[in-house]
Design a protein around this ligand. Structure first.
Ligand code: ZN
Length: 81
C-alpha cells in the first residue's frame, strides 16, 4: 500500500510519502520519495476471463513477507542472473 503526496518544486509532482507492507503492516522507510528498502509492488488488472472483470488490485510486500510467501510455493522460484 502506498500513500502519495503532492510536492511543489519547479514542477508539481506526486511522490511516495509512505509505503506499508500489506501483509505485516510494517512501514518501509521512504526518504525524498524513494524507498530505502526494496519491496515487491504488484498491480493487477483482472480481465474478462475472471470473476473481477476490469478490477484493479494492488499491494506491496516487504522482503521478508515476500520470502515467506514464495517459501509456500510448490514449485520454487526460477532464478535468472
Ligand atoms: Zn511485510
Amino acid at each position: 500500500m502506498r500513500q502519495y503526496e503532492t510536492v511543489e518544486t519547479k514542477e508539481t509532482h506526486r511522490q511516495i510519502r509512505k509505503i506499508i507492507c500489506n501483509k505485516c503492516g510494517r512501514e518501509i522507510p521512504v526518504k525524498d520519495g524513494r524507498a530505502q528498502e526494496d519491496f515487491l509492488a504488484v498491480e493487477k488488472r483482472w480481465g474478462y476471463f475472471s470473476d473481477k472483470d476490469n478490477q484493479v488490485d494492488s499491494f506491496d510486500l516487504c522482503e521478508s513477507c515476500y520470502d515467506a510467501l514464495v517459501a509456500t510455493f510448490v514449485i520454487p522460484l526460477g532464478e535468472q542472473e
